[in-house]
Structure formats: structure tokens, C-alpha cells
Design a protein around this ligand. Structure first.
Ligand code: FBP
Length: 335
């Protein structure tokens, strides 16, 4: 495709802005600023081994995971990008115990929920990693009692998305209408529209899950895995197992090729491993806007009302029919 046909993220946002004058102008700046965060993190992950940014910092994050140097770096980049932006009143991050109030304070109309570096276990082995983000529109003006009171169900997100730092760097966002995908031209330093809109196929032929924990899963989920492994050409089984160690990488593949990513509750993660506000809910909006389904196994993730900042939820994300089948097994109804 000749360069002239390529659309930059900035051009895309401007055309969206023209088509949707009802949307606050600063909304588009939010997305552009998030893309800037992704560019900085992409650059640092690419050269991490050369600049001493591999390894751990020796601390643990609010949910007990060991913090990698790149986790801390990515969090600093996100906070730095929105702290003086005048757009965001507070930032809820996987790497911070409490919400960080920004210098914008009460002037900021949005709240950012972010997993600055998803797939941290991959940082030192050159595996794919990502960033997951979601924006809530604040429900109260001026100084509010607490940020927690403003955090709502995923259905209230005004936008969400992810960046994937893999062989190429992609930036995906949605505000619930469509899911465009941009690929970073590192030479130009520009995100260019590479996929007009991601559409998750209704069914796939691959699944992503940490089978190392299958013994600890609910019987229905164990039977679901066995079902996917049985040979039946009509339903495209057996499904292949594809598990990269980074949710964003597995989900991006699933949105393009179909299939299902799931992380159920297990002995060491009684509520599941993934966090609702900055992993489950933002990705649920992306998946459902792309025609897929996002569930705990028993209810839509987008309909869960948050009760704590770092609460976890079991997740099943991906093709509508595959996730519905997962829900049937989770409910003990099997195929
Ligand atoms: P982080 O955001 O801390 O990286 O945790 C999420 C995650 O790494 C997902 O990206 C990935 O799918 C999963 O956890 C891997 O968990 P496990 O190592 O238990 O399979």
C-alpha cells in the first residue's frame, strides 16, 4: 500500500472528531496522549537489555506480584504523561496502591485505569508485553469525596484499549462503536491505521490458558478443556493451545483469528488472577465492541460493579460462541 494511503492516528482522531462534534474535544487528546505513552514504552522495551532495564526492582505491587524495572518505568511514563495534562483527575494503576491524584485535580474530567505493563513475566525473555487502559468520565464535578466512589461498571467506560509490544507495536482503542488498530512505523514515529476495524470471528480454533493450573480449576472448566481437545472436524476441534504469558498478545491474536483466552479461579487466585478495573473491564469493552464476548464464566465482566481498586475477576474473553460454550461448561451444562 503506497504511503499516501496511510492514515495517521492524528488524522483518524481528527476525522472522528469531525464526525462526532458532540464528543468533548479533550476526549481525543486523551487517546493521542495514551498513544504517546505507548510509543515511549515501546522504545524502552526494545532497548531494555541495553540500558539496564531488565530484571526486578525487589518490590511487590499492590496485588503481590514482583515488580519488574519495566513495570515501574511504564507506570512513571503513564503518570508523567497525564499528571499535568489537565485531562485526568486521578490514575488507578496496577503498580500503585492508591489512586494518584494528578496536578489537574478537580479540573480533570476523566479517570485513567491502567495496567502499564501487561505480561511482566515476559520482560526478561524478550516475550511480547503490553499496556491496557480504560477511561471513565468523572461522575461528579470539582473535588469529590473519593476516587473510588467514581469507579463504576465497565459499561460506563468512555474509552479503552491496549498497546502490544511485539514484533511490531500496535495501538488499539475503542469507545464502544468500532475497534480500529494502528501499527507503529518506528522510523516515522507514527501510529498508522493498519486494520480499519477488528472483528472477532464467532468461533476460533485456538485457546489460551495456563494449563499448568488445570488440576485446580472447577470441574466444568476441566471438562471444557477436555472438550476442546477432542477430535471433531465439524466444530474445528481439537483446538490448538496458544499461551504467550501476556494477555494482550493472546487477546490480540484472538480478536483477529478467533478463539478464547481464559483465566479461571484457582488455588492461588480464588477470584481469578486478572484485575477488573485495569485489565478485565477495559478489555471487555474492546472484545464486545469487536463482536466477541467477555465473561467471568457466569456474568458479563462489563456489568460487575467494582468494590475495590485491585479486585480480581475470573475471565473468559474472545469469540462469542466459544465464550458461550465456556459459560455452559462453567454452569455444569457441558456442550
Ligand atoms: P501482569 O499484568 O502482572 O503481567 O499479569 C497479567 C498476566 O501476566 C497476563 O498478561 C497473563 O496472561 C497472565 O498474567 C499470566 O499469568 P500466569 O503466569 O499465572 O499464567
Amino acid at each position: 500500500m503506497a504511503d499516501r494511503e496511510l492514515v495517521t492516528l492524528a488524522q483518524y482522531l481528527l476525522s472522528e472528531q469531525a464526525e462526532h462534534p458532540e464528543t468533548e474535544s479533550e476526549f481525543w487528546t486523551l487517546i493521542a496522549q495514551m498513544a504517546y505513552v505507548a510509543k515511549v514504552i515501546a522504545r524502552e522495551t526494545r532497548r531494555a537489555a541495553l540500558v539496564g532495564r531488565l530484571g526486578q526492582v525487589g518490590e511487590r505491587n499492590p496485588t503481590g506480584d514482583t515488580q519488574k524495572k519495566l513495570d515501574v518505568f511504564a507506570n512513571e511514563v503513564a503518570v508523567g504523561a497525564f499528571h499535568r495534562s489537565g485531562l485526568v483527575a486521578a490514575i488507578v494503576s496496577e503498580e500503585m496502591d492508591e489512586p494518584k491524584a494528578t496536578l489537574s485535580g478537580s479540573a480533570g474530567r476523566y479517570i485513567l485505569c491502567i495496567d502499564p505493563l501487561d505480561g511482566s513475566s515476559n520482560t526478561d525473555t524478550n516475550g511480547s508485553v503490553g499496556t491496557i487502559f480504560g477511561f471513565f468520565r468523572r461522575s461528579c464535578q470539582g473535588r469529590c469525596s473519593s476516587i473510588e466512589t467514581e469507579l463504576r461498571q465497565g459499561t460506563s467506560l468512555v474509552a479503552s484499549g491496549y498497546a502490544l509490544y511485539g514484533p511490531s507495536t500496535v495501538f488499539v482503542y475503542t469507545r464502544g462503536r468500532t475497534v480500529p488498530c494502528f501499527t507503529l512505523d518506528h522510523d516515522l514515529g507514527e501510529f498508522l491505521l493498519s486494520h480499519d476495524a477488528l472483528h472477532c470471528p464467532p468461533r476460533g480454533q485456538a485457546y489460551s490458558a495456563n494449563l499448568g493450573r488445570v488440576q485446580e480449576w472447577d470441574g466444568g472448566i476441566q471438562r471444557f478443556v477436555a472438550h476442546l481437545g477432542e477430535r471433531d472436524s465439524d466444530s474445528g476441534r481439537p483446538y490448538s493451545l496458544r499461551y504467550s504469558g501476556a494477555l494482550v498478545a493472546d487477546l490480540h491474536r484472538t480478536l483477529i483469528e478467533g478463539g478464547i483466552y481464559f483465566y479461571p479461579a484457582d488455588a492461588s487466585h480464588r477470584e481469578g488472577k486478572l484485575r477488573l478495573l485495569y485489565e478485565g473491564a477495559p478489555l471487555a469493552l474492546v472484545v464486545e465492541t469487536a463482536g466477541g464476548r467477555a465473561s467471568t464464566g457466569h456474568q458479563p465482566i462489563a456489568e460487575i460493579t467494582p468494590t475495590s481498586l485491585h479486585q480480581r475477576v475470573p475471565v473468559a474473553l474472545g469469540s462469542r460462541e466459544d465464550v458461550q460454550l465456556y459459560e455452559r461448561f462453567a454452569a455444569g451444562q457441558d456442550a
